[in-house]
Design a protein around this ligand. Structure first.
Ligand code: FNR
Length: 344
């Protein structure tokens, strides 16, 4: 039997790994030799929109929709439950079209009944489909992903991207849970963020380049690859600074999630210091899960939390809000891009 597209994505994501070209090397955190706080005062609590999270790390959307993906979602959900992380499922459109595969998503709520769970659909979704996706999981929020370049590289992908903002506006107004709009690794810029803010979106995941690369993944699936598109998109640090610029310039009370190639504590801390309210991690957590198992994934997340507390102590920030006020130095390509684009 032909391997499902969902499992092909998992295999290729693991095989291709991360490029590490996410821009975080351009960000320097500043040591504070007089932090004036103690480690046991550090709080990792944060909020995105109206949701309160005990950790700023979110397990980002990956999978569901095929038999083999149920096991992955079960294990990710178990790790989320053990560590208190919020978790998104992968696109639920396959279950909306074929209810037989709903269990591969519902397993997440079954394993973690009290956890924070995000549904996920593409921007082609109607309000009715969004309501069904939320209902399927009793989801606390709904992610809507934007993945234009991935679709364009897929021979069977969408070619029509009209009416997206209108559909998002309707869903934001009527779906009844917070809506976050996310990229999948090509990044967002300030103009796109402004358009989303105008539609009432108040949570954006910048999904920048430098981690899981859906151009490379789809090219690995193509008979004739279009490898010249593998560097398309905007690095995570740049996307984050662009979207933060749109938020500040328009004085919007929005929560920004950094994602795209984040795997180490330093990257988590740099993203939060730049102004992200949370960070999404997908490929790097999937790798630990598939190569080392659920227990190792729990250990990895606990270690990230411990190391984040260590860094926050060394910076004198006892909360994520205080981290946002800490100075950083921005160098290299990220600084050059920001200067060219008028991003402060
Ligand atoms: C994804 N991602 C994703 N995103 C989404 O909104 N819906 C989806 O169905 C999927 N599917 C998916 C499958 C696999 C195997 C991976 C690794 C990722 C994208 C993901 O949520 C995230 O935006 C990107 O992967 C960038 O983050 P990382 O992987 O670099 O941390």
């Amino acid at each position: 039997m032909r391997i499902s597209r969902k499992m092909e994505h998992v295999h290729h994501a693991l095989q291709l790994g991360h490029s590490d070209e996410h821009g975080f090397r351009d960000i320097k955190l500043i040591h504070n030799c007089l932090p004036g706080i103690s480690s046991d005062q550090i709080s990792l609590q944060t909020s995105i929109g109206e949701l309160n999270l005990s950790s700023p790390i979110v397990i980002n959307a990956m999978t569901g929709g095929a038999h083999e993906t149920e096991e992955i979602n079960r294990e990710l959900a178990a790790a989320a439950r053990e560590t208190g992380l919020a978790m998104a499922v992968g696109s639920q459109m396959s279950a909306i079209k074929n209810p037989e595969v709903e269990s591969s998503y519902r397993v997440v709520r079954k394993v973690n009944p009290g956890g924070i769970v995000f549904g996920n659909l593409g921007s082609e979704a109607t309000l009715e489909q969004a309501l069904r996706a939320v209902d399927m999981l009793r989801a606390d929020a709904l992610q809507i992903h934007l993945n234009v370049m991935q679709e364009l590289i897929m021979p069977e992908g969408d070619r029509e991207f009209c009416g997206v903002l209108e559909r998002i506006r309707t869903i934001v107004d009527q779906v009844g849970v917070p809506v976050m709009v996310k990229e999948v690794g090509f990044g967002m810029v300030k103009e796109s963020a402004e358009a989303l803010f105008q539609c009432g979106v108040r949570i954006i995941d910048v999904g920048g380049a430098g981690g899981t690369n859906f151009a490379a993944i789809e090219n690995a699936r193509r008979r004739v690859p279009m490898d010249w598109l593998n560097d398309w998109g905007c690095k995570t640090t740049i996307a984050l600074l662009e979207v933060l610029e749109a938020k500040h310039r328009n004085q919007i009370d929005a929560s920004i999630i950094a994602a795209g190639g984040i795997s180490r504590t330093l990257e988590v801390c740099k993203a939060l210091t730049l102004g992200a309210s949370a960070v999404g991690m997908a490929g790097s957590l999937l790798k630990v899960l598939r190569e080392q198992g659920t227990e190792a994934l729990v250990t990895q997340i606990v270690t990230l939390h411990e190391e984040l507390r260590l860094l926050m102590t060394a910076m004198g920030a006892n909360s994520i809000e205080r981290l946002h006020e800490m100075p950083v130095v921005i160098t290299g390509e990220t600084a050059e891009w920001c200067a060219a684009r008028g991003v402060d």
